[in-house]
Design a protein around this ligand. Structure first.
Ligand code: IVH
Length: 665
């Protein structure tokens, strides 16, 4: 609560600062929830004291300034934003207000997901894509047409009939969580600043000046509206169907509903809130819109927001706890990462005792110190993060935290490459790095060796039993007996798992090598092109660049990796010790729902590559075919499905969403 003008002006200054972090730097320093709460206080005070309103208040300005390097383009119809609330009571007020204004008893509301991305307006003339513009100040925004065209699901030409001559389509550009994590992992590896969340990453990517760079970010689009005044249909619900029919990507049918009262709206909210942790992208709530579009005109707008819609936002789950210590983790390439060791606290379904602090800059920005009471947050499946420090509870004696000058494991003096935030341990023989490299090799993304978690690897390295991945295959009963708590059974289990990992796929083998910038997807691409380990050594940068999905930096990293005699020697040792990487290995799981069923895949899945999905189906006894026929049992629907979708619909083939697929797995 703001009590006086002084507090009000202080909050105005603070919010201007937050806007600067958000819009100019694409790096917010408080959570959206925090921001919205403060904004609500500002609005409440301004409502009660209209004479005090500061013209600089963020409520008075329209967000987002023009970005240098982009042409400005005016929207035909202004882009409004939405009134939002975190309270069920206020959603109820909205429902009542609409009933009162329309003087009607029964009103349908279209409820949909509030995608957490960045708004876009696409202009189609006679069905052709003319331009794509960001929201900007609501009246005009940045012309990002070239960047939007990198999104494969954006049709350059609409299909079907009844397409208005001029149509502005509204939607959201976003990043799947998988892509977001991959982008951040690559940035971390490079020592670049991390994106705070998928939305900032999407907004930042859309404003890159080089469309080739944008293409690598794998942005996605979902459309949910047609600018007012151009409706070819009568209801918002039909808008979604219309958009889909003309070839635009839209939300899945499961994520849309019609509700008639607060109870039904909250039922939908509940269902979505439960699905939220399993969604492959982030949402921050639901949007409730009056369904009948003719009523939109009757209801109109107040200021920047329409009266016919409201956003009901989900508060991220947060918890308060204390930082007992800040430790430093050594990554497999030597990058040092500060980690907050927390007083364990239950949050969003699990007990959290650690949170990454990313790097020294993050620690400085939030002024995080040992002994501080902090708020931590977990949104979607994002790793827990420290949102802010409760300075009022800071112990009287506390000191700013600094990265150590020496590696916490091997004590070598740390280094920092010019232009990088990352601080590294330069000693490639550092046992910390060894542990991480070997754990990575054994992890479920790579060789998938059960019973070989980080704790076991630590002991193996400490006791001098393993120094590099190939040493794993020299382990025997005698050596393993030296580990704490390792008895006959645990020794047998581990040796069996090690043995089983010898029959691996080429892609997993490549993953295990730990080549910089090479994640699961890239490893699969390389495996597909190389066919065998021998061929890996002959891959030139030119050949690698020919593979779609591999960029210059990755190609260079792969090539350089195989030029290093030490790496080649390690590969030879792995082969010598019995590893048999094969192009693809299918292990069978019996009695599964997929058994004997024929699948066809279309569109992009967010959790798996197509190859991975095909492998998962085959493992479960299913078949994967390239084209839809009457023998197809399921069409597995990714984002941006192609013509297979229409054919499957025509033949009455059962459709399986990615969520259904995940559940069935
Ligand atoms: S409707 C007048 N529908 O949320 C209607 N917006 O807070 C304005 N958003 O700028 C937009 N999902 O970027 C609408 N299903 C949805 C949405 C959605 C996400 C975003 C959009 C908008 C912001 C408003």
């Amino acid at each position: 609560m703001i009590r006086n003008l002084h507090q009000y002006l202080e909050l105005v200054a603070e919010m201007i600062e937050h806007d600067r972090h958000y819009y100019d730097e694409a790096k917010p320093i408080i959570s959206d929830y925090e921001y919205d709460r403060k904004m609500a206080q500002l609005i409440a005070y301004e409502k009660a004291h209209p004479d005090d309103v500061d013209p600089n208040s963020p409520t008075q300005r329209v967000a987002e300034s023009a970005t240098e390097g982009f042409k400005q383009k005016e929207h035909l119809v202004p882009m409004f934003s939405l009134a939002n609330t975190y309270s069920e009571g206020e959603v109820g007020d909205f429902v009542k207000r609409v009933h009162k204004l329309l003087e009607k008893n029964r009103i349908s509301f279209c409820c949909e997901l509030k995608m957490d991305g960045t708004a876009i307006s696409l202009l189609y003339e006679k069905g052709h894509l003319i331009s794509a513009t960001t929201r900007g100040n609501g009246k005009k925004g940045d012309d990002v047409t070239a960047n939007i065209k990198t999104i494969k699901s954006v049709p350059l030409k609409l299909v079907g009939e009844n397409i208005p001559d001029v149509m502005e389509v509204r939607g959201e550009v976003y990043l799947s969580l998988a892509t977001f994590h991959a982008i951040n992992a690559a940035r971390e590896e490079e020592g670049l600043d991390l994106f705070a969340n998928p939305r900032n990453a999407a907004a930042g990517s859309l404003k890159l000046l080089d469309p080739k760079e944008v293409a690598k970010r794998k942005l996605q689009l979902v459309t949910y509206g047609i600018a007012e005044g151009y409706f070819p249909v009568r209801t918002q619900y039909e808008v979604h169907h219309f958009l889909k029919e003309v070839g635009l990507p839209t939300a899945s049918r499961d994520h849309l509903t019609i509700a008639h009262d607060l109870h039904e709206i909250m039922q939908f909210a509940q269902k979505i809130q439960e699905a939220r942790p399993h969604l492959p992208f982030e949402i921050d709530g639901i949007v409730i819109k009056v369904n009948d579009l003719t009523e939109w005109d009757l209801l109109g707008h107040t200021g920047k927001v329409p009266r016919f819609a409201v956003a009901y936002k989900f508060a991220p789950e947060q918890a308060g706890t204390r930082i007992n210590d800040i430790t430093v983790q050594v990554g497999r390439s030597g990058v040092l990462t500060p980690v907050a060791e927390l007083e364990p606290v239950f949050l969003a379904g699990s007990t959290i005792s650690r949170a990454t602090l990313h790097n020294q800059m993050e620690v400085n920005r939030k002024d995080i110190r040992v002994g501080d009471f902090v708020v931590i947050e977990k949104g979607g499946d994002v790793i827990p993060k420290v949102v802010n420090v409760d300075f009022s509870k800071r112990p009287s004696i506390s000191h700013p935290w600094h990265m150590p000058k020496h590696c916490p494991v091997c004590k070598t003096e740390v280094t920092q490459r010019s232009g990088e935030v990352a601080i590294r341990c330069p000693n490639s023989h550092c046992s910390g790095q060894k542990v991480r490299r070997i754990s990575y090799f054994a992890s479920k993304h790579a060789l998938d060796i059960d019973h070989m978690g980080e704790k076991v690897v630590e002991q193996l390295v400490d006791k001098g039993l393993v120094a590099r991945p190939s040493d794993i295959y020299l382990l025997d009963e005698e050596k393993l007996a030296k580990l704490d708590n390792f008895k006959e059974k645990s020794i047998r289990n581990l040796l069996d798992s090690i043995d089983a990992s010898r029959e691996c796929s080429l892609a997993r083998f490549i993953m295990g090598l730990g080549i910089p910038y090479v994640g699961t997807e890239t490893a699969e691409l390389i495996a597909e092109h190389a066919h065998s380990v021998e061929n890996l050594l002959g891959l030139t940068e030119e050949k690698l660049l020919e593979i779609e999905g591999i960029g210059e930096k990755t190609a260079h990293a792969i090539y350089s990796f195989f030029q290093d005699p030490e790496n080649v020697h390690e590969m030879q040792l792995l082969l010598k010790h019995g590893l048999k990487p094969q192009k693809a290995v299918v292990k069978k799981i019996s009695g599964h729902l997929f058994s004997g069923k024929t699948f066809v895949l279309t569109g992009t899945l967010s959790q798996y590559s197509r190859d991975e999905a095909a492998r998962l189906i085959k493992e479960r006894g299913g078949k994967v075919s390239g084209s839809v026929s009457k023998n197809t049992d399921y069409l597995l629907l990714g984002e941006e499905p192609g013509s297979k979708y229409d054919k499957a619909k025509a033949l009455g083939v059962a459709l399986m969403t990615e969520l259904d697929f995940l559940n069935a797995l």
